[in-house]
Write a protein that binds this ligand. Structure first.
Ligand code: PHE
Length: 338
């Protein structure tokens, strides 16, 4: 009867096993080296010799029955474990992906890079001058002596009598012409400063200066280059217009307009009904400026232009307040991703 009891006990415990590990423990408890069934076999030597074969047969039958049971239960458990594992590893390909916030370039940087790209394609090299300039490079050498009224238009932040935060990248023109003999074709991007502050002006902004000096350079060269600039920066259909203006360092000087980026020239609120928008100042380099830099104005001529990068960015992206460009509001900046 002992064998039936053992069979029942082992079966019950095996059925209760939660997983194949627990089942293994049960198996060891009965069939292991110190297990209960093994102990029965070991106890056989205490029996009378004639009783042994029948007893051995019974115990072996019990062991076989148990092994069969365990194998069946093990198979069931393993199957369930595999199913659970597969379930846990299931991938829902329709689930939305995890987002990593990608940064984006600031609109001013984008426009600056685009301009450098455009002009370097025409053979311009980039030159960067210092943000703290002296009076000579920022004004005097640009034909704007101390008592010149044009200085008022570019009032700025003086550090000492002599040093100031530059008001224009035009200061770079002088530095380049002092270092280099013509032919010269440079582009000078950078930060400039003026005591100006309203919806379209800020005390700090960026300019992009261009300077070309060589033999036989004319205003037509300037205009042709500006057409290319306007078509690339705005739209294929954008037109340019030159209006007479005044800068001490160019003669003649022009203000450059482009056909309105919002209405295409019909007249709207942005262009105040005129169809045109002013984008930059330019002109033929003044003889005096060439002379100041040791360039012979009877042999060489040149043109220069200077534009506000913020202004171009505002027109290109339809931004109506320059402050948006320095507030660093992510909701605003996020819109300038590719
Ligand atoms: N420096 C001028 C300004 O800041 C722009 C300009 C540059 C005009 C070059 C003519 C030639 O307003």
């Amino acid at each position: 009867m002992e064998d039936i009891e053992l069979l029942n006990e082992a079966t019950q415990e095996a059925e209760a096993a939660e997983d194949s590990r627990a089942l293994y423990e049960v198996k060891m408890k009965f069939l292991g080296r110190t297990g209960k069934v093994t102990a029965l076999l070991k106890g056989m030597k205490e029996l009378a010799a004639e009783a042994r074969p029948a007893f051995g047969k019974k115990v072996n039958a019990l062991r076989e029955a148990l092994e069969e049971k365990f194998a069946a239960i093990e198979e069931r458990l393993k199957k369930r474990e595999l199913e659970r594992k597969l379930e846990g590893e299931q991938i829902d390909v329709t689930m939305p992906g995890r987002h990593t916030k990608a940064g984006a370039l600031h609109p001013v940087t984008r426009v600056k890079d685009r301009l450098i790209d455009l002009f370097s394609g025409m053979g311009f090299e980039v030159f960067e001058g210092p943000e703290i300039e002296n009076d000579y490079y920022n004004f005097t050498a640009l034909n704007t002596p101390a008592d010149h009224p044009a200085r008022d238009m570019q009032d700025t932040f003086y550090l000492t009598e002599e040093f100031l935060l530059r008001t224009q990248t035009s200061a770079g023109q002088i530095r380049v012409m002092e270092q280099k003999k013509p032919p010269i074709k440079i582009l000078s991007p950078g930060r400039v400063f003026r005591s100006d502050d309203d919806a379209t002006h800020s005390p700090m902004f960026h300019q992009m200066e261009g300077l070309v000096v060589d033999k036989g350079i004319t205003l037509c060269d300037l205009q042709g280059m500006l057409d290319e600039f306007a078509r690339t920066m705005f739209a294929e259909t954008t037109k340019t217009r030159l209006r007479p203006s005044y800068f001490p360092f160019t003669e003649p000087s022009v203000e450059v307009d482009v056909s309105c980026t919002a209405c295409g020239g019909k007249g709207c609120a942005l262009c105040k009904g005129t169809g045109w928008i002013e984008v930059l100042g330019a002109g033929m380099v003044n003889r005096r400026v060439l002379e100041n830099c040791g360039v012979d104005p009877d042999v060489y001529s040149g043109f220069a232009f200077g534009m506000g990068i913020e202004r171009i960015a505002m027109l290109k992206y339809g931004i109506n307040n320059i402050k948006l460009l320095t507030e660093n509001d992510v909701r605003f900046l996020e819109q300038f991703k590719d």
